[in-house]
Design a protein around this ligand. Sequence first.
Ligand SMILES: [Ca+2]
Length: 230
Amino acid sequence: MAVKNCFGHPVTALGAIALCCFLILGCSQPAPGPKPGAEPAEKEEGSASIPGPSEKTNEEAAILVLEEEPVVVDADGALPLKKDLLSDGSFEVWSANAPVGWKVSLAGSVIESSKVLHGIASAELKPNPDTFTTVEMLCPQDFSGRRIRALAKGLASEADKLVFSVLYRVGDEDKYSARNHSGGGEWETMRVEFIVPEDAKPGSVRLRIGLRPGSESSAFVDDVKLFVIE
Ligand SMILES: [Ca+2]
């Protein structure tokens, strides 16, 4: 079947399915590929933006995030590629009024909800007039130098009140990349993707979903996932 991917390379039927899923996730988010003959704009190795010879096949495959595909282990054998690294990003397991594996900002501020996108439970973030309501998870892996992609499904009815952030620490300073919810009252994917700096402290990456102070209504989050892309 003469299906080609966005790099112009032939792909298999399974690859085509993976490519479709990737496009749904937002093929436009990663840096667009350079023009033919142009030098790569970024210097990092294995960049998905670099159109490539045959040895780039694995890197190209790595950006097609599809859990059903066989897991690929990186060169060091330390981090699986294309595999969701979270054990319960769907907020299915709760204990002591908090989602297991997650830390909530204030007891009772994040509660189990049946308003779900996947499974039987989600997390409801209740508004607070004075402070952020947050639920966050610390990731123990060393992601320094790696491109990570974090996805969270959010439901909010006020624009830019629900925020999905990925934080990491450099020296004594917290850095982050974040995405706001549009507030359209529908489930939507909040996606954060970036290359964790080489000098980021290992084990310092945190996923945080927060509802800004002064929000008028609850927001909901479900189906959080974290992938190493490269
Ligand atoms: Ca769920």
